[in-house]
Design a protein. Structure first.
Length: 266
């Protein structure tokens, strides 16, 4: 006699024979043994599927970024790649491409010159000169670390980026976790832009400036689309305020590390 009962292999919930997904845990009802065909199917539909996955999300972030992120926040998430996983994958691609093409030398970051500061100069405030020289040297050390770990730095700054926008856009009643998601998508935009610049590193000069100009343009475009029912001037000013808060936080963090290094070496 044919077995007419069907159970979910994930949670053992009883299913009807025609059911495609478990109504208890959401897993597909027709799971199969993992083989080469299964792996090819997962790669095709999880990564390369044009209507779902990472390529779809990348396309949306550069064709209709604000609209697609707003739809994700509102609940239209089935077709999108998860933002946290997206930036982790893109960070890995950044690191691998950078080592392969540029030998590990990142495009970002410029050190400040301290050669003009003579820490042994006999002026009225010799102690001030020594402190300034020490700050300059340690600033270069911190900037060098950020430059050598640029992908990790971008990941670490996502919560601070989210906080800055949460403060600047408090009027719109989005909570902090929602801004974390928005910031992850925007960070993904920046990483994708950086990956393109890595590929063009030997053909275009002033990539540092180009990166930030393009990134700021993407951020403003994204915010204007996201808040398309609000006044453009208000959204633009709030975006500028958020970026100002973000870079103030960034400078503050750098200064904390600098003075920590100075205090440790005393």
């Amino acid at each position: 006699m044919e077995n007419t009962e069907k159970y979910c292999k994930n949670c053992s919930q009883q299913l009807v024979l025609e059911q495609k997904f478990c109504h208890n845990c959401g897993q597909r009802a027709d799971t199969h043994r993992i083989n080469y065909q299964f792996l090819l199917h997962e790669i095709q539909h999880g990564i390369f599927h044009v209507d779902k996955g990472i390529l779809y999300t990348i396309k949306e972030l550069f064709t209709r970024p604000g609209h697609s992120i707003r739809e994700y926040i509102e609940g239209k998430r089935q077709s999108h790649f998860k933002p946290a996983l997206l930036i982790m994958i893109l960070a890995t691609v950044m690191v691998l491409l950078n080592h392969w093409i540029n030998g590990g030398k990142y495009l970002m970051g410029k050190t400040v010159s301290v050669s003009g500061i003579d820490k042994t100069s006999e002026i009225n405030d010799e102690q001030f000169v020594k402190v300034a020289y020490s700050i300059g040297e340690n600033f270069n050390s911190v900037l060098t670390w950020i430059n050598e770990h640029f992908a990790i730095s971008m990941l670490m700054m996502v919560p601070f980026f989210a906080f800055a926008f949460w403060v600047a856009f408090r009027k719109f009643k989005l909570n902090f976790p929602e801004w974390l998601v928005i910031s992850s998508f925007i960070t993904g935009q920046g990483m994708l832009l950086y990956i393109v610049l890595i590929l063009l590193a030997k053909k275009i000069a002033n990539l540092n400036s180009l990166f930030f100009i393009c990134l700021f343009g993407l951020i403003f475009w994204t915010m204007l689309q996201f808040f398309n029912k609000s006044g453009k001037i208000s959204v633009a000013l709030r975006t500028f305020l958020a970026l100002f808060i973000y870079y103030a936080i960034f400078v503050g963090i750098v200064l904390v590390f600098i003075f920590a290094i100075i205090f440790k070496n005393r």
